[in-house]
Design a protein around this ligand. Sequence first.
Ligand SMILES: Cc1ncc(COP(=O)(O)O)c(C=O)c1O
Length: 419
Amino acid sequence: MDKLAIHGGTPVRTKPWVSKYMGSEELGAEERARVLQVLEKKRIFRYLPTGLETSECSALENEYKSFLGTKYALAVNSGTSALICALVACGVGPGDEVIIPAYTWVATAAAVTMVGAVPVLCEIDQSLTLDPEDMVKRITKRTKAVIVVHMRGISAAMEKIVPVAKEHGMKVIEDAAQANGGTYKGRMLGSIGDVGCFSLQQSKVITTGEGGMLVTNSEELWQRAVLYHDGAGYQFRFTERKIPAFPGQNYRLTELQAALSLGQLEKMPAILQQTHRNKETIIKGLQMQPKISLAPVFGTEHDLGLSLIFYVADGQKARSVSEALTAEGVQAFQVYDGVANDQHIYINWEFLLAKRDPWGGHYPWSLTPETKVEYSANTCPRTLALLKRAVQIHLNHLVTDQDIQDIFDALEKVATHLL
Ligand SMILES: Cc1ncc(COP(=O)(O)O)c(C=O)c1O
């Protein structure tokens, strides 16, 4: 076996491993035409009284409704605002607790505190999503909701989570920011819980640059979200409001943004077919590699194939394997290396560890000083230990058969030397 590239040997490949964002790679003439058409119409604000029904935002909502099979959809300006609207829609507020996984983008935790509720961290399991058994242990009389995150395009175990949540009177909010187009046992992610949230930021499966979508089957929840996303209540000048008025924000999406991503949902199945196919091939190939471990869910229907993550014996090995793979030309990362300050890992959420609000105080934790919600390395030690020994390689729909072969060759070489 050749010397490792990291030790001066010949690398498996010299072509750079390029991380590509999927939706934006597919932007082309169609999107250009849609955006230009909006400019020509000079109708760039969603709620102008004329043309409301045929607005780009409504069209995008209609695409989502039919794609996901939900009754209602609301276009907003980010995944974060979708989460905040979802929490408000569900009546989550001061004095409440919301269970969230310890591995998610920091926005999930921030959204909870921005509505005045306390995030309660829950371990993830090898699937990289919320561990349903640990969730049960974190429920208290204050728990109002759980935000289930379909992390890295992998579906959380909805069949286990939803019944427990219902039994305890908790709302289920799906954070499908990273799993647009995913399914769980044939059901579209985002349509299974009470409310589903998506991000349309550029690193997501499809994109408007910045944007988000909220979906639900409840008219009441939808109306509450609509009111909160638009404090001015423009929407309700045109449709019947069935809920009492309350103040809101401005999380409205512009017509230009909506137009940019219109039609991308149509492109998504082809993108995801390719990522699924690649991931299945990779996982099959890696099953021959006894020195690394995989979660059973990887490479199945419940995995969009957006990245490859595997586990090795410990953090030291994960670091050396990542460095060696990168030197072989297959860019790899140790998921939690204690250095990179990755804002997907709770231990790096500085404001949360300090329970700090934007005004120098401790709101919302100060509202319920008698409850003991703590955040430290001991809060979710299994999550930290798992992510420390996890190695990640970013994938996308443009990964070729040669790229996959390079992953196999690089891993074979690195495993032989280091594992
Ligand atoms: C899991 C998760 N939740 C929420 C968000 C927030 O989305 P946005 O960046 O559109 O506000 C993201 C995006 O990075 C995410 O990955």
